[in-house]
Structures are given as structure tokens and as C-alpha cells.
Write a protein that binds this ligand. Structure first.
Ligand SMILES: [Zn+2]
Ligand SMILES: [Zn+2]
Length: 329
């Protein structure tokens, strides 16, 4: 029996159809098609990428040389910006200049293909680089909003298997990203509270969708999960933007976050996924209505016509069952 659920944050509907379970062995075969060629992200090939924007380095090492642990470089094939900064232009109707920045965060000098191959300590360093880049881009003043994400595995849209994240910051004030900010703003203006703070209150007490928790963070499968085993990591305390996080909390977050990916790998062999650090726009901090969170979106089945055409998703696993499986993994 299928079920419709509406995501109150986005207004999008999800169809839960439990009879449409996928076959993990197909994924394994498709994922093995990712071939390692001369990887431009490996240590020692720094000249194959544009010069670094930021790197966590041994003090004796040289810029754009070996000796780094995390390295941020402009994308050689940017989706926005294209090197030179375009002058910000006023949005005209449905068209606006794609001024912005597209960066790659290379998360290990070694050719690792999964975040779970990093130690929790190394992953905390990666999260700290995310934090530093978001803080620097806010400080920069040219950018209005940012998308920080990872594509992992072929089904997740990755073209290089070396573990890396991406960051796209845009200068336009037009709402190019179909983000959740307007829903949060409306909730705040109407009811004076926050959608995620409300959800946390409910999550902790009922429903069985809680997967894990730590002192400062919760992980749950959202009510209208679009993807099988979709997980959201949220800070218990209201905070608009990821770069506001106290760096002292990063080891705890890294440990929990990495642990969720380990669980996912236990359930789905060689999982492909996207994760997204959903953070408030750079112009929304003063409003404080947004609540940053991390969405882990496993990509077990392809997005197909219905999802692309209607924005309505089909999910083969109810989040209550997904959460139970993840708790036990
Ligand atoms: Zn590599
Ligand atoms: Zn909140």
C-alpha cells in the first residue's frame, strides 16, 4: 500500500511505494565502472589543478606542492563564475549573470574513495575546512548564497572517485537555489518559531525516526524522506549557518556524521550518495530564521521521469523502517 507525504519545508510530495525495492548488486556492478586513471587530486599532482585557495599543510611544505591534508582549489570546469569575477548584475526577469565561485575541496592527499576511509579526526579537519571556506565567503561580501555538497559514486554524479566535496557560491540575489529559506522565513514570520526546532521537539519524543544522537546533534530520517535511508543531521541548538558552529563541536559532529555513512555502507554495499550542508544564505544571518543541517541522500535508484517532471519523489522504504534498519546496522 503506497502512501503520500508532503514535506512541509519544501511543499514537495513524496510517494512511498514499498513494493519497489531496488537491487543492491546492480549498483555494485555499475559503481565498479569508476576507473582510476591518473588522478589529478592525488598528492604530487598539484600542478594539475588551479592554485590552492586554502590548504591544511605541514608547516614546512610549500604552497601547491605535496605535504597537505585537505586542499581547496577552484574547479577547472566551473559551473558558475568561470575564473574572472563578473560584475554583479541586477536580475532581469528570469535571467541573471551566473557570477560566482565553484571550488573543489580535496579531502585526502591519498586516493581514498569514501569518507569512511578517513579517521573521525581527519573528517573533523575536513568539516573545519568547510567551516573556514563558508566564513571566508561570507566575509568576502560578494556572495549571496552557497551550496556545499558531495557527490559520491557514479549514481551520485561523481566523475572522479578521489574523495572530494564541492562548493558553489553565487553572487546573484535571485533565488537560484530552490532552497528551504522561504519556508523557514514564512514559519518564523507567521508563528515566530523554527521548522527544525519544532521537528526536533517531536522527533525526540515519538515516531521512531530517530537514528542516533549525541550531546549536541540529532540524526533522523525525515517524515517525507525523498530517498531510501535519507538522513538529516541537525544541531539541537538553533543556529542559522554552518560557519557559526563552535570548532570545538566539530570532532563530535565528525564522529556522528562519519558513523552514519558507515551504517549506510553496512546496509547498501558500495553506496552512492550526495550529502549537502544546508546553510543559511549570507544575507539571512540577521533574520536568524534558518536552521542549518546536513542532508545525506543515498542514491540507490536513478531519478526518473516523475521526479524530474513533477518534483514528486518515489521512495521504496518508509523512514520509520529505514531508521530502524540504520539503528541496528
Ligand atoms: Zn586520487
Ligand atoms: Zn531552529
Amino acid at each position: 500500500m503506497s502512501e503520500f507525504r508532503r514535506n512541509s519545508l519544501t511543499g514537495q510530495w513524496v510517494i512511498f511505494a514499498e513494493n519497489r525495492d531496488s537491487r543492491p548488486q546492480e549498483i555494485a556492478i555499475r559503481q565498479s565502472a569508476l576507473e582510476n586513471f591518473e588522478c589529478p587530486f592525488c598528492e604530487g599532482r598539484e600542478e594539475r589543478t588551479p592554485g590552492e585557495t586554502l590548504a591544511v599543510r605541514d608547516p614546512t611544505s610549500r604552497r601547491d606542492g605535496p605535504g597537505w591534508r585537505v586542499r581547496v582549489v577552484p574547479n577547472l570546469f566551473p559551473a558558475v563564475g568561470g575564473g574572472e569575477h563578473a560584475k554583479p548584475q541586477a536580475a532581469e526577469g528570469n535571467t541573471t549573470a551566473a557570477g560566482g565561485l565553484h571550488e573543489i575541496i580535496i579531502e585526502s592527499p591519498r586516493h581514498l574513495t569514501s569518507v569512511t576511509q578517513l579517521s573521525a579526526e581527519q573528517f573533523a579537519q575536513v568539516l573545519d575546512v568547510y567551516r573556514q571556506r563558508l566564513a571566508a565567503l561570507r566575509q568576502d561580501g560578494r556572495y549571496k548564497s552557497v551550496a556545499l555538497f558531495k557527490n559520491s559514486g557514479t549514481m551520485g554524479g561523481a566523475t572522479l572517485s578521489h574523495v572530494h566535496g564541492q562548493l558553489i557560491a553565487i553572487e546573484s540575489s535571485a533565488s537560484i537555489f530552490a532552497d528551504r529559506t522561504p519556508a523557514f522565513r514564512e514559519q518564523f514570520q507567521r508563528y515566530g518559531n523554527c521548522l527544525i526546532c519544532e521537528e526536533i521537539r517531536e522527533e525526540a519524543s515519538r515516531d521512531g525516526r530517530l537514528v542516533a544522537e549525541s550531546e549536541k546533534f540529532l540524526v533522523y530520517c525525515p517524515h517525507a524522506s525523498r530517498f531510501a535511508y535519507e538522513m538529516w543531521i541537525v544541531p539541537r541548538k538553533h543556529q542559522s549557518s554552518f560557519d557559526q558552529i563552535d570548532p570545538a563541536q566539530l570532532p563530535e559532529l565528525a564522529d556522528l556524521f562519519r558513523g552514519m555513512l558507515v551504517k549506510l555502507e553496512a546496509i547498501v554495499k558500495l553506496p552512492a550518495y550526495n550529502y549537502i550542508v544546508q546553510t543559511g544564505g549570507f544575507d539571512t544571518l540577521a533574520d536568524n530564521h534558518y536552521h542549518w543541517h546536513i542532508e545525506i541522500l543515498p542514491r540507490i535508484t536513478n531519478l526518473a521521469g516523475l521526479e524530474l517532471g513533477s518534483g514528486c519523489f518515489i521512495n521504496s522504504i518508509l523512514p520509520e523502517k529505514a531508521a530502524a534498519a540504520l539503528r541496528n546496522a
